[in-house]
Design a protein around this ligand. Structure first.
Ligand code: CP
Length: 344
Protein backbone atom coordinates (compact mmCIF):
# COMPACT_ATOMS: atom_id res chain seq x y z
CA UNK A 1 0.00 0.00 0.00
CA UNK A 2 1.14 3.56 -0.54
CA UNK A 3 0.91 5.79 2.49
CA UNK A 4 -0.95 8.85 1.27
CA UNK A 5 -4.67 9.42 1.12
CA UNK A 6 -6.71 12.25 -0.25
CA UNK A 7 -8.65 14.89 1.64
CA UNK A 8 -11.38 13.72 3.96
CA UNK A 9 -13.67 16.66 3.22
CA UNK A 10 -17.26 15.98 2.23
CA UNK A 11 -18.46 17.07 -1.20
CA UNK A 12 -22.15 16.33 -0.72
CA UNK A 13 -22.91 14.07 -3.69
CA UNK A 14 -26.47 13.55 -2.43
CA UNK A 15 -28.73 10.80 -3.64
CA UNK A 16 -27.63 10.00 -7.20
CA UNK A 17 -30.86 8.18 -7.94
CA UNK A 18 -33.05 11.13 -7.15
CA UNK A 19 -33.14 12.60 -10.66
CA UNK A 20 -34.03 9.39 -12.47
CA UNK A 21 -37.09 9.13 -14.63
CA UNK A 22 -40.00 6.77 -14.06
CA UNK A 23 -38.93 3.45 -12.58
CA UNK A 24 -40.46 1.41 -15.40
CA UNK A 25 -38.44 3.22 -18.13
CA UNK A 26 -35.07 3.00 -16.44
CA UNK A 27 -32.68 0.01 -16.83
CA UNK A 28 -32.14 0.23 -13.12
CA UNK A 29 -35.80 0.49 -12.27
CA UNK A 30 -35.18 4.06 -11.12
CA UNK A 31 -32.78 2.73 -8.55
CA UNK A 32 -29.40 4.07 -9.57
CA UNK A 33 -27.63 7.08 -11.06
CA UNK A 34 -28.69 8.14 -14.55
CA UNK A 35 -25.07 8.94 -15.42
CA UNK A 36 -22.63 6.94 -13.28
CA UNK A 37 -19.81 8.09 -15.58
CA UNK A 38 -20.01 11.52 -13.96
CA UNK A 39 -18.16 10.32 -10.87
CA UNK A 40 -17.23 6.74 -11.67
CA UNK A 41 -14.90 6.00 -14.57
CA UNK A 42 -13.35 2.75 -13.38
CA UNK A 43 -13.71 -0.48 -15.32
CA UNK A 44 -12.37 -2.48 -12.36
CA UNK A 45 -12.82 -2.42 -8.59
CA UNK A 46 -9.51 -3.64 -7.17
CA UNK A 47 -9.17 -1.90 -3.82
CA UNK A 48 -10.11 1.09 -1.68
CA UNK A 49 -6.50 2.30 -1.69
CA UNK A 50 -7.03 3.60 -5.24
CA UNK A 51 -10.46 5.22 -4.74
CA UNK A 52 -10.94 8.87 -3.81
CA UNK A 53 -13.24 9.85 -0.96
CA UNK A 54 -15.77 11.12 -3.52
CA UNK A 55 -15.68 7.82 -5.45
CA UNK A 56 -16.29 5.89 -2.23
CA UNK A 57 -19.23 8.14 -1.35
CA UNK A 58 -20.60 7.70 -4.86
CA UNK A 59 -20.59 3.89 -4.48
CA UNK A 60 -22.32 4.21 -1.10
CA UNK A 61 -24.95 6.56 -2.53
CA UNK A 62 -25.51 4.20 -5.46
CA UNK A 63 -25.85 1.28 -3.05
CA UNK A 64 -28.47 3.22 -1.08
CA UNK A 65 -30.63 3.43 -4.18
CA UNK A 66 -30.16 -0.28 -4.89
CA UNK A 67 -31.08 -1.17 -1.31
CA UNK A 68 -34.51 0.22 -2.09
CA UNK A 69 -34.85 -2.43 -4.85
CA UNK A 70 -34.44 -5.19 -2.26
CA UNK A 71 -37.45 -3.81 -0.38
CA UNK A 72 -39.79 -4.07 -3.37
CA UNK A 73 -42.05 -7.07 -3.92
CA UNK A 74 -40.27 -7.65 -7.28
CA UNK A 75 -36.60 -7.44 -6.30
CA UNK A 76 -35.17 -7.20 -9.79
CA UNK A 77 -34.09 -4.49 -12.27
CA UNK A 78 -32.88 -4.94 -15.86
CA UNK A 79 -29.58 -3.03 -15.47
CA UNK A 80 -27.34 -5.98 -16.51
CA UNK A 81 -29.78 -7.84 -18.77
CA UNK A 82 -27.78 -9.66 -21.46
CA UNK A 83 -24.53 -9.35 -19.48
CA UNK A 84 -22.62 -12.30 -18.01
CA UNK A 85 -21.07 -12.24 -14.53
CA UNK A 86 -18.73 -15.04 -13.40
CA UNK A 87 -17.90 -15.47 -9.71
CA UNK A 88 -14.52 -17.20 -9.70
CA UNK A 89 -13.63 -18.24 -6.17
CA UNK A 90 -10.23 -19.84 -5.59
CA UNK A 91 -10.78 -19.61 -1.80
CA UNK A 92 -13.80 -20.58 0.29
CA UNK A 93 -16.61 -18.09 0.91
CA UNK A 94 -20.18 -18.01 2.18
CA UNK A 95 -21.12 -14.31 2.36
CA UNK A 96 -19.21 -12.79 -0.54
CA UNK A 97 -19.94 -15.45 -3.15
CA UNK A 98 -23.64 -15.75 -2.30
CA UNK A 99 -24.02 -11.99 -2.13
CA UNK A 100 -22.34 -11.35 -5.52
CA UNK A 101 -24.39 -14.13 -7.09
CA UNK A 102 -27.68 -12.73 -5.78
CA UNK A 103 -26.66 -9.14 -6.59
CA UNK A 104 -25.94 -10.08 -10.21
CA UNK A 105 -29.27 -11.93 -10.45
CA UNK A 106 -31.14 -8.90 -9.08
CA UNK A 107 -29.55 -6.87 -11.88
CA UNK A 108 -30.83 -9.51 -14.38
CA UNK A 109 -27.35 -10.70 -15.42
CA UNK A 110 -26.60 -14.29 -16.39
CA UNK A 111 -24.51 -15.63 -13.50
CA UNK A 112 -22.01 -18.49 -13.35
CA UNK A 113 -20.35 -19.59 -10.11
CA UNK A 114 -16.89 -21.11 -10.62
CA UNK A 115 -14.98 -22.81 -7.79
CA UNK A 116 -11.38 -23.92 -7.86
CA UNK A 117 -12.45 -27.21 -6.28
CA UNK A 118 -13.31 -29.62 -9.08
CA UNK A 119 -11.77 -27.38 -11.77
CA UNK A 120 -8.74 -27.92 -14.04
CA UNK A 121 -6.63 -25.87 -11.63
CA UNK A 122 -5.88 -29.28 -10.06
CA UNK A 123 -4.23 -30.23 -13.39
CA UNK A 124 -1.84 -27.28 -13.18
CA UNK A 125 -3.74 -24.61 -15.15
CA UNK A 126 -2.58 -21.13 -14.11
CA UNK A 127 -4.85 -18.39 -12.76
CA UNK A 128 -4.49 -16.29 -15.92
CA UNK A 129 -5.11 -19.27 -18.24
CA UNK A 130 -8.15 -20.27 -16.18
CA UNK A 131 -9.55 -16.74 -16.29
CA UNK A 132 -8.83 -16.29 -20.01
CA UNK A 133 -10.57 -19.61 -20.71
CA UNK A 134 -13.67 -18.41 -18.85
CA UNK A 135 -13.48 -15.02 -20.58
CA UNK A 136 -13.36 -16.69 -24.02
CA UNK A 137 -16.94 -17.84 -23.41
CA UNK A 138 -17.98 -14.18 -23.56
CA UNK A 139 -18.24 -12.67 -20.10
CA UNK A 140 -18.52 -9.05 -19.00
CA UNK A 141 -17.50 -9.08 -15.33
CA UNK A 142 -15.22 -11.48 -13.45
CA UNK A 143 -15.52 -11.40 -9.66
CA UNK A 144 -12.42 -13.07 -8.25
CA UNK A 145 -11.28 -14.26 -4.84
CA UNK A 146 -7.79 -15.69 -4.54
CA UNK A 147 -5.25 -16.46 -1.80
CA UNK A 148 -2.54 -14.45 -3.58
CA UNK A 149 -2.31 -10.71 -2.96
CA UNK A 150 -2.42 -8.95 -6.34
CA UNK A 151 -4.42 -11.69 -8.11
CA UNK A 152 -7.25 -9.32 -9.12
CA UNK A 153 -4.77 -6.70 -10.33
CA UNK A 154 -2.96 -9.36 -12.38
CA UNK A 155 -6.21 -10.35 -14.08
CA UNK A 156 -7.17 -6.73 -14.76
CA UNK A 157 -3.95 -6.41 -16.76
CA UNK A 158 -4.42 -9.66 -18.70
CA UNK A 159 -8.17 -9.78 -19.47
CA UNK A 160 -10.52 -7.47 -21.35
CA UNK A 161 -13.56 -7.82 -19.06
CA UNK A 162 -14.17 -5.90 -15.81
CA UNK A 163 -12.57 -7.37 -12.69
CA UNK A 164 -13.95 -7.01 -9.16
CA UNK A 165 -11.69 -8.06 -6.31
CA UNK A 166 -13.61 -10.26 -3.86
CA UNK A 167 -10.54 -10.65 -1.63
CA UNK A 168 -6.88 -11.17 -2.58
CA UNK A 169 -4.74 -12.73 0.13
CA UNK A 170 -4.13 -10.32 3.01
CA UNK A 171 -4.20 -7.34 0.61
CA UNK A 172 -7.75 -5.97 0.10
CA UNK A 173 -11.44 -6.91 0.22
CA UNK A 174 -12.96 -3.74 -1.22
CA UNK A 175 -16.63 -4.69 -1.22
CA UNK A 176 -16.34 -5.76 2.44
CA UNK A 177 -14.81 -2.36 3.21
CA UNK A 178 -17.58 -0.59 1.30
CA UNK A 179 -20.39 -2.53 2.97
CA UNK A 180 -18.83 -1.77 6.34
CA UNK A 181 -18.67 1.95 5.51
CA UNK A 182 -22.26 1.80 4.32
CA UNK A 183 -23.38 0.10 7.54
CA UNK A 184 -21.55 2.59 9.76
CA UNK A 185 -22.96 5.55 7.81
CA UNK A 186 -26.46 4.07 8.02
CA UNK A 187 -26.15 3.63 11.79
CA UNK A 188 -24.61 7.01 12.68
CA UNK A 189 -25.65 9.15 9.69
CA UNK A 190 -21.96 10.01 9.17
CA UNK A 191 -18.47 8.52 9.24
CA UNK A 192 -16.37 11.64 9.75
CA UNK A 193 -15.29 12.11 13.36
CA UNK A 194 -16.20 8.61 14.55
CA UNK A 195 -13.66 6.57 16.49
CA UNK A 196 -13.44 3.07 15.03
CA UNK A 197 -11.36 0.37 16.73
CA UNK A 198 -10.30 -2.53 14.49
CA UNK A 199 -9.36 -5.29 16.88
CA UNK A 200 -7.38 -8.50 16.54
CA UNK A 201 -5.51 -10.00 13.62
CA UNK A 202 -4.68 -6.85 11.64
CA UNK A 203 -1.53 -8.20 10.01
CA UNK A 204 -3.27 -11.03 8.17
CA UNK A 205 -6.48 -9.15 7.38
CA UNK A 206 -7.51 -7.83 3.97
CA UNK A 207 -10.70 -6.61 5.65
CA UNK A 208 -8.64 -4.43 8.00
CA UNK A 209 -6.64 -2.96 5.12
CA UNK A 210 -9.72 -2.03 3.05
CA UNK A 211 -11.39 -0.56 6.14
CA UNK A 212 -8.28 1.44 7.05
CA UNK A 213 -8.26 3.01 3.58
CA UNK A 214 -11.98 3.68 3.49
CA UNK A 215 -12.43 4.94 7.04
CA UNK A 216 -9.44 7.29 6.99
CA UNK A 217 -10.45 8.69 3.59
CA UNK A 218 -13.93 9.43 4.94
CA UNK A 219 -12.59 11.12 8.05
CA UNK A 220 -12.94 8.52 10.82
CA UNK A 221 -10.27 8.07 13.46
CA UNK A 222 -9.00 4.49 13.20
CA UNK A 223 -7.46 2.78 16.22
CA UNK A 224 -5.81 -0.58 15.54
CA UNK A 225 -5.68 -2.93 18.52
CA UNK A 226 -3.99 -6.32 18.87
CA UNK A 227 -0.91 -8.15 20.06
CA UNK A 228 2.39 -6.83 18.61
CA UNK A 229 2.71 -9.89 16.37
CA UNK A 230 -0.70 -9.28 14.78
CA UNK A 231 -0.83 -5.48 15.06
CA UNK A 232 2.60 -4.03 14.30
CA UNK A 233 3.32 -0.38 15.13
CA UNK A 234 4.23 0.13 11.45
CA UNK A 235 0.52 0.41 10.61
CA UNK A 236 0.60 3.91 12.14
CA UNK A 237 1.98 5.17 8.83
CA UNK A 238 -1.48 4.64 7.31
CA UNK A 239 -2.86 7.39 9.54
CA UNK A 240 -4.05 5.10 12.39
CA UNK A 241 -3.35 4.96 16.10
CA UNK A 242 -1.87 1.60 17.11
CA UNK A 243 -2.18 0.16 20.61
CA UNK A 244 -1.69 -3.23 22.20
CA UNK A 245 -3.94 -2.36 25.16
CA UNK A 246 -7.64 -2.66 24.32
CA UNK A 247 -8.79 -1.68 27.80
CA UNK A 248 -6.98 1.68 27.57
CA UNK A 249 -9.20 2.80 24.64
CA UNK A 250 -12.42 0.85 25.14
CA UNK A 251 -14.42 3.71 26.69
CA UNK A 252 -13.87 6.13 23.79
CA UNK A 253 -14.79 3.91 20.83
CA UNK A 254 -17.95 4.39 18.69
CA UNK A 255 -17.48 1.26 16.55
CA UNK A 256 -15.86 -1.94 17.79
CA UNK A 257 -14.84 -3.84 14.66
CA UNK A 258 -13.77 -7.33 15.75
CA UNK A 259 -11.68 -9.34 13.30
CA UNK A 260 -11.55 -13.08 12.89
CA UNK A 261 -8.37 -14.80 14.03
CA UNK A 262 -7.22 -16.18 10.68
CA UNK A 263 -5.39 -19.37 11.53
CA UNK A 264 -5.19 -20.27 7.83
CA UNK A 265 -2.99 -17.23 7.07
CA UNK A 266 -0.66 -17.50 10.06
CA UNK A 267 2.73 -18.97 9.23
CA UNK A 268 3.35 -19.86 12.88
CA UNK A 269 1.67 -19.28 16.24
CA UNK A 270 1.42 -15.47 16.58
CA UNK A 271 0.02 -15.46 20.12
CA UNK A 272 0.58 -17.90 23.01
CA UNK A 273 -2.91 -19.39 23.42
CA UNK A 274 -6.45 -18.72 22.23
CA UNK A 275 -7.45 -18.25 25.85
CA UNK A 276 -4.87 -15.50 26.34
CA UNK A 277 -5.95 -13.79 23.09
CA UNK A 278 -9.57 -13.75 24.29
CA UNK A 279 -8.54 -12.43 27.71
CA UNK A 280 -6.56 -9.52 26.24
CA UNK A 281 -8.38 -8.74 22.97
CA UNK A 282 -11.72 -10.53 22.91
CA UNK A 283 -15.01 -8.63 23.20
CA UNK A 284 -16.10 -10.31 26.41
CA UNK A 285 -19.20 -9.35 28.36
CA UNK A 286 -17.07 -7.66 31.01
CA UNK A 287 -15.28 -5.55 28.40
CA UNK A 288 -18.54 -4.76 26.58
CA UNK A 289 -19.94 -3.27 29.85
CA UNK A 290 -17.07 -0.77 29.75
CA UNK A 291 -17.74 0.32 26.16
CA UNK A 292 -19.14 3.75 25.32
CA UNK A 293 -22.96 4.01 25.45
CA UNK A 294 -24.36 3.34 21.99
CA UNK A 295 -21.30 1.43 20.81
CA UNK A 296 -21.82 -0.39 17.50
CA UNK A 297 -20.29 -3.88 17.23
CA UNK A 298 -19.20 -5.23 13.85
CA UNK A 299 -17.50 -8.35 12.50
CA UNK A 300 -16.96 -9.36 8.84
CA UNK A 301 -17.68 -13.03 9.51
CA UNK A 302 -17.19 -15.87 9.76
CA UNK A 303 -16.94 -15.52 13.55
CA UNK A 304 -14.96 -17.59 16.02
CA UNK A 305 -17.62 -17.35 18.72
CA UNK A 306 -16.08 -17.22 22.16
CA UNK A 307 -12.65 -16.25 20.78
CA UNK A 308 -12.74 -12.68 19.38
CA UNK A 309 -16.38 -12.06 20.29
CA UNK A 310 -18.76 -13.46 22.89
CA UNK A 311 -21.93 -14.99 21.44
CA UNK A 312 -24.48 -12.89 23.32
CA UNK A 313 -22.78 -9.68 22.11
CA UNK A 314 -22.66 -10.91 18.51
CA UNK A 315 -26.37 -11.69 18.70
CA UNK A 316 -27.32 -8.67 20.82
CA UNK A 317 -28.87 -5.28 20.12
CA UNK A 318 -25.52 -3.50 19.63
CA UNK A 319 -24.48 -5.89 16.89
CA UNK A 320 -24.54 -4.85 13.23
CA UNK A 321 -23.24 -8.18 11.95
CA UNK A 322 -26.33 -9.30 10.02
CA UNK A 323 -26.94 -5.71 8.87
CA UNK A 324 -23.45 -5.85 7.32
CA UNK A 325 -24.51 -8.95 5.36
CA UNK A 326 -27.79 -7.32 4.31
CA UNK A 327 -26.03 -4.17 3.11
CA UNK A 328 -23.43 -6.24 1.25
CA UNK A 329 -26.06 -7.14 -1.32
CA UNK A 330 -26.82 -3.50 -2.19
CA UNK A 331 -23.13 -2.58 -2.22
CA UNK A 332 -22.34 -5.45 -4.61
CA UNK A 333 -25.23 -4.48 -6.87
CA UNK A 334 -23.72 -1.00 -7.00
CA UNK A 335 -20.22 -2.35 -7.69
CA UNK A 336 -21.41 -4.61 -10.52
CA UNK A 337 -23.52 -1.84 -12.05
CA UNK A 338 -20.83 0.83 -11.89
CA UNK A 339 -18.00 -1.24 -13.38
CA UNK A 340 -20.36 -2.47 -16.11
CA UNK A 341 -21.18 1.11 -17.09
CA UNK A 342 -17.55 2.20 -17.07
CA UNK A 343 -16.58 -0.91 -19.06
CA UNK A 344 -18.88 0.05 -21.96
N1 CP B 1 -16.59 -11.57 5.12
C1 CP B 1 -16.33 -12.48 4.16
O1 CP B 1 -15.59 -12.23 3.21
O2 CP B 1 -16.96 -13.68 4.36
P1 CP B 1 -16.86 -14.94 3.39
O3 CP B 1 -15.45 -15.46 3.47
O4 CP B 1 -17.88 -15.91 3.90
O5 CP B 1 -17.15 -14.46 1.99
Amino acid sequence: MSTGHPSTGHSGTGNPGADNGPATDSPTGGASPASPQTLWKRKHLLGLSELSADEIRFVLDTAATFKEVSMRSVKKVPALRGRVVVNAFFEDSTRTRTSFSLAAQRLSADVIDFSEKGSSVSKGETLVDTARTIEAMGIDILVVRHAAAGAADLLSRNLKCSIINAGDGAHEHPTQGLLDLYTIRERFGKIEGLKVAIVGDIANSRVARSNIWGLTKLGAEVILVGPPTLCPKGFAKFGCRVTHDLDSVIGEIDVMYMLRVQNERMKSAQFPTVREFTKLFGLTWDRFQRCKKGVFVMHPGPMNRGVEIQSDIADGESSGILKQVENGLAVRMAALYLVSQAGN
